[in-house]
Design a protein around this ligand. Sequence first.
Ligand code: SF4
Ligand code: SF4
Length: 63
Amino acid sequence: MPVIIDQEKCEGISECPGEGLCIKLCEKGALEEKDNQIVFISEKCDDCDICIQNCPSQAIVKE
Ligand code: SF4
Ligand code: SF4
């Protein structure tokens, strides 16, 4: 299932309480930052849900 980043709750690595924790934790490289937004690359994601469980802003959900 696609991972959705809530852009109202997440304002990029610079404003993240975990300093981009989702990107650091994603072992598949399915999350990147571009233009101050977190971008999800669905082809790389294995649905481990680690990003969802660890985002300090609860900004990551699944559709
Ligand atoms: S961990 Fe959450 S708040 Fe931090 S960059 Fe990732 S999505 Fe945004
Ligand atoms: S669910 Fe897992 S593989 Fe997919 S983006 Fe999140 S941490 Fe990465």
